[in-house]
Design a protein around this ligand. Sequence first.
Ligand code: HEM
Ligand SMILES: *[C@@H]1O[C@H](CO)[C@@H](O)[C@H](O)[C@H]1NC(C)=O
Ligand SMILES: *[C@@H]1O[C@H](CO)[C@@H](O)[C@H](O)[C@H]1NC(C)=O
Ligand SMILES: *[C@@H]1O[C@H](CO)[C@@H](O)[C@H](O)[C@H]1NC(C)=O
Length: 324
Amino acid sequence: MGFLIPFLLFLAAAADAKLTPDYYKATCPDFEKIIRETITNKQLTTPTTAAGVLRLFIHDCFVEGCDASLLIASNSFNTAERDADNNLSLAGDAFDVITRAKVALELSCPQIVSCADIVAQATRDLVTMVGGPFYTVRLGRKDGLVSKASRVAGNLPTLTMTMDEILTLFAKKGFTTQEFVALMGAHTIGFSHCKEFTNRIFNYSKTCAHDPAMNPTYVAGLSKLCENYTTDDAMAAFNDVMTPGKFDNMYYRNLPRGLGLLSVDQMLVGDSRTRPYVIQYANDQKAFFDAFSHAMEKLSLVEVKTGRKGEVRSRCDAFNSLSN
Ligand code: HEM
Ligand SMILES: *[C@@H]1O[C@H](CO)[C@@H](O)[C@H](O)[C@H]1NC(C)=O
Ligand SMILES: *[C@@H]1O[C@H](CO)[C@@H](O)[C@H](O)[C@H]1NC(C)=O
Ligand SMILES: *[C@@H]1O[C@H](CO)[C@@H](O)[C@H](O)[C@H]1NC(C)=O
């Protein structure tokens, strides 16, 4: 045991050391430019892309690590990660922009750039494009060789978890409570479908039709938006009702005013362990951006594969070898 721990630490350090921001400098000099152009075109025509990719990224990283396992399509032999019950309608446009970047990169430098690196870099560029901070993305990930729907449960947070369960899950992935609260700032962009929050606005309890923590005007607006949710499952609300498309600290400013959309958003300001960080980030956007950048750099390294632990896929939705 005594010699095993230093050995494992050495392995972890070695894997980290292989990731560098200029990994493709010699082998694919246009890497940065191609990703930036692809995401810019897509985001301008489809403004929901940034949030979709950010969510796709954390869903990928929390299941098997940041290895593009989420991009694999199911086939008759394998139900892949993206078809797990709780993939919760990941945006098709998020998959699409990664596919476009991959096609462009294969033309410029075939078989060089991993899909996992494309997702990490595209996420950073999109966050920055919609107003968020710029942070360093280290590169050199390999794409994973496993993608199974059965590996999703227990690795992704859900709306039925208690704060204890959520904090335990994030701790298991390497995040402190503060880093968890900073990552939740991602809900400053994007949408949630009505079914994710109707339990807060319709028939909440015997005594109150809606969650009393919510602003009544907000509840009225959401109730109207979701009036047909049982028959129309496409309806969705902005996660940040004030500045929905802008990556800023408005998410945290909304929470104490009863303008959090999901139950987990409300829990963040209700729980004494997370509340201090909500207040801090609500008052100080720079503190939020610094914390978010740090947490995203960390998220980008979760269980990353290098060397022969993975491969560079030739297309992002399929393993190179049929036998996987
Ligand atoms: C306890 C933790 C979390 C829970 C339970 C949760 C749950 C959800 C749910 C239910 C939605 C709505 C999905 C839909 O209806 O399509 C959503 C949206 C979203 N989540 Fe989270 N989330 C959590 C943490 C995070 C974190 C840490 C990030 C990123 C770092 C994130 C990024 C997003 C984004 C960007 C969206 C909008 C997606 C879009 O517009 O396509 N979430 N989340
Ligand atoms: C998961 O997402 C994929 C691709 O977006 C979709 O085709 C599939 O139906 C979803 N699965 C479930 C169970 O929602
Ligand atoms: C709320 O509960 C009442 C009585 O059980 C029911 O008639 C009604 O359809 C419910 N409304 C919604 C939106 O679920
Ligand atoms: C709900 O359905 C009714 C009847 O079809 C329609 O008039 C109304 O506009 C719908 N509401 C929303 C928010 O889509």
